[in-house]
Ligand binder design. Structure first.
Ligand SMILES: [Zn+2]
Length: 162
């Protein structure tokens, strides 16, 4: 992504600013100018208002990434999740502050602002939201095989993401 595009998108990367339809109450992120739910009534035009997402949600689907995108080499393996926010919109983001094998569907998470990656030799650092656990995690007994409990990452989660 170009630096110019990154900065254009910065306000919503930093504050999760979406929009809400005052006709039906649906929340959108990224923000939309017209509500698709109400669009056929033409009533939502001009009825959208800015809406601040709380950043709270739960993991809806996830996948563990072993082959990093450029700029993410230092972070593998990492978990990329679809998070359904309490307000409704589904966000994509990295899940941090726990082992990849402890991520599960239904895990309560909260958006937190972190360094995303460094870009090129100039070391341009991008910041944005990631998701950290918002619930107490059970102590995992040492030596438990990865994926032995709950939904195996990479099967059910990949289907849900498809
Ligand atoms: Zn609407």
């Amino acid at each position: 992504m170009s630096i110019a595009r990154f900065w254009r998108e910065t306000p919503r990367r930093y504050n999760l600013g979406g929009s809400k339809c005052t006709m039906c109450g649906t929340v959108y992120f990224p923000p939309r100018a017209v509500c698709p739910t109400c669009a056929h009534h033409r009533e939502s035009i001009g009825k959208m208002e800015p809406f601040q997402l709380s950043g709270d949600g739960e993991v809806f689907s996830y996948t563990t990434v072993h082959e990093p995108a450029e700029g993410f080499e230092m972070q593998v393996p990492y978990v990329l999740a679809l998070v359904r926010t309490v307000e409704g919109p589904v966000l994509t983001g990295q899940v941090v502050d726990l082992a990849p094998e402890d991520v599960r569907i239904g895990l309560k998470v909260r958006a937190t602002f972190r360094k995303l990656r460094e870009e090129g030799k100039a070391g341009v650092i991008h910041y944005g939201y990631k998701f950290a656990p918002a619930e107490d995690l059970p102590n995992r007994p040492p030596g438990r095989p990865r994926g032995a409990v709950g939904a195996p990452a990479g099967s059910e989660s990949d289907r849900a993401a498809a």
